[in-house]
Write a protein that binds this ligand. Structure first.
Ligand SMILES: [Zn+2]
Length: 215
């Protein structure tokens, strides 16, 4: 099975991709993994990427595309996480997987609304002392805003503040919507309601992919 995973930050996309990878014995790779792998193997592209990163610059879409293609040559089944990020990358991936005769079976969208994401993340609190993470709705500390483990007053990380979360969601929508639309047109999208709890999302996902695997 060859899958892509999409979803807004905070939807649990990475967690679900990992579970699917385990259940169906598929390699789960992110663009970060691909990059690290090519650099450590010292492939031509890896050397190029390393030189760029050593200069403190970002690896271009073009190089990332070539790195992805290089990696997919090695794999028969895979979950690609965090790629493609743009419509151009989606088109490139389409072309590359056709050439390799390893076309994508499905693009999984863990769909969660902005309000739900805001609710989840803006209620997150962390202990600045021991690092334990709480949620004021789903994982409350026993005593009001204090760490169960060490008693330190919990804080909200800047990244978890409502306006930051909303901004990130907007960026996600703007960038990812055209990519999702592209796969929708190609009838590859499997949409899962990510507002359910984690276990239910996993269950639904497994059920769909199992029936899918038999086709
Ligand atoms: Zn603590």
């Amino acid at each position: 099975m060859r899958l892509l995973f999409f979803g807004p930050p905070g939807a649990g996309k990475g967690t679900q991709a990992k579970k699917v990878a385990q259940e169906f014995q598929i390699v789960h790779i992110s663009t970060g993994d691909i990059l690290r792998d090519a650099v450590s193997k010292g492939t031509e592209l890896g050397k190029m990427a390393k030189a760029i990163m050593d200069r403190g610059e970002l690896v271009s879409d073009e190089i990332m595309n070539s790195l992805v293609k290089e990696k997919l040559e090695e794999l028969d089944s895979f979950i690609l996480d965090g790629y493609p990020r743009t419509l151009d990358q989606a088109k490139f991936l389409d072309q590359a997987t056709k050439e390799l005769q390893k076309e994508i079976d499905a693009a999984v969208l863990i769909d969660v609304s902005e309000e739900e994401i805001v609710k989840r993340i803006s209620n997150r609190r962390v202990c600045p002392n021991c690092g334990k993470v709480y949620n004021l709705i789903t994982l409350q500390p026993k005593e009001d805003e204090k760490c169960d483990v060490c008693g330190t007053k919990l804080i909200q990380r800047d990244d978890d503040k409502e306006e930051v979360v909303r901004e990130r969601y907007k960026v996600y929508k703007k960038n990812t919507e055209p990519v999702i639309e592209y796969y929708r047109k190609n009838n590859k999208i499997i949409t899962i309601d990510g507002a359910q709890n984690v276990e239910d999302v996993t269950k639904e996902l497994f059920n769909i992919l199992r029936s899918f695997n038999k086709q």
